[in-house]
Design a protein around this ligand. Structure first.
Ligand SMILES: Nc1ncnc2c1ncn2[C@@H]1O[C@H](COP(=O)(O)OP(=O)(O)OP(=O)(O)O)[C@@H](O)[C@H]1O
Ligand SMILES: [Mg+2]
Length: 315
């Protein structure tokens, strides 16, 4: 946790949230925080308890134990004040297809207190639907519908947006758009986002932090985009013109291990410490090996995820 976060009040605090159904712990003593402007991914394989957790946070389901605090207000004992700070889409958002996007939001605005025309415009722009507002929702793509749902969830100016698998069913372009708009909502409007997913690659691109759960239990959390301290060897791949010559040369450098030779791509994979890289480069140079590219081959979040969750397969 960074110093910045320590100085801030958490927007949401989960404390020992537990759900028992027929004697089975669907969610088990789950605790984590969400800070201002963060996009936190609730990551777990199918059946891990993501939807159940989110349903408890927004009061759609009672907790068996624990509590959730939104801006310090308890969901259990101060629900009205706590829920005011949350905007959420749990199932697919429902709209009137024969009405325009604008009229749908307008309809919702009439039912909620204190939502101005100005606010309607702001949220429309935040999700990039300003040019589609006069189109009937029937003509919207799934991605546009999802974004209209987000606009609706943001109308009452919440400090936390909660989305359960918002990219489900979207095509790659729709997923990318969703990602960009969520980042915008967090960065420009300063709204924190809790988003669940079982897709790691997606979380990696979208979130500032992931909380990993498995069988209802907290497994680990990880801040993304920050280099992990390397106390051991790193792995690099070097693309060369002559793989054999490169291998012989590299193997001659002390404490360098040749891990793999990728014949198709002419790449040599080495395990070594940072300080040996210049030596390897010099050695290859002196052996007249041409180097075209050097890249660090990082362990992906997926590899780590499989390790955390004991190999339980994710979709
Ligand atoms: N009302 C219920 N009664 C009994 N079991 C339930 C109930 N709701 C959920 N479960 C079980 O609790 C576990 C967690 O379900 P949940 O839907 O929260 O998981 P999830 O992480 O959202 O999964 P997915 O990725 O499939 O959406 C599952 O094993 C599910 O079968
Ligand atoms: Mg779910």
């Amino acid at each position: 946790m960074s110093a910045y976060q320590n100085q801030q009040h958490a927007v949401m605090q989960l404390r020992n949230v537990t759900k028992l159904i027929s004697g089975k712990k669907i969610v088990d003593q789950l605790s984590f925080d969400v800070y201002p402007g963060e996009i936190v991914g609730l990551l777990g394989p199918n059946g891990a308890g993501k939807t159940t957790t989110i349903r408890m946070i927004v009061g759609l389901m009672d907790m068996s134990e624990g509590d959730v605090f939104i801006q310090g207000k308890s969901i259990r004992s101060d629900f009205t004040k706590a829920i005011r700070n949350i905007g959420a889409i749990i199932e697919n958002p429902e709209f009137y297809p024969y009405m325009t996007g604008y009229d749908n939001l307008k309809q919702y605005q009439r039912m909620s207190e204190g939502v101005t025309e100005e606010r309607l415009k702001t949220v429309t722009e935040l999700v990039g639907l300003q040019d589609a507002m006069n189109k009937k929702v029937r003509a919207y793509s799934l991605g546009m519908r999802q974004r209209l749902g987000i606009a609706q969830a943001l109308l009452h100016n919440p400090s936390l947006l909660i989305l359960d698998e918002p990219t489900n069913g979207l095509d790659p372009a729709g997923i990318r758009e969703m990602r960009e708009y969520l980042k915008r909502i967090a960065n420009e409007a300063g709204i924190s986002i809790l988003v669940s997913s079982h897709l790691l690659a997606e979380m990696e691109l979208m979130c500032s932090r992931v909380v990993v759960i498995q069988e209802g239990k907290y497994v680990t959390h990880r801040t993304l985009g920050e280099p992990v301290l390397q106390e051991q060897n790193i792995s690099i791949s070097i693309r060369v013109d002559d793989l054999d010559r490169a291998r012989k040369a590299a193997a001659n450098v002390e404490q360098v291990e040749v891990v793999q030779m990728l014949v198709e791509s002419n790449e040599l994979v080495l395990s070594l410490m940072d300080e040996q890289i210049p030596q390897v480069v010099a050695k290859l140079g002196s052996e007249q090996v041409q180097i075209y590219r050097i890249t660090e081959t990082k362990q992906s979040l997926e590899d780590e995820f499989l390790k955390w969750t004991g190999g339980n397969r994710i979709a």
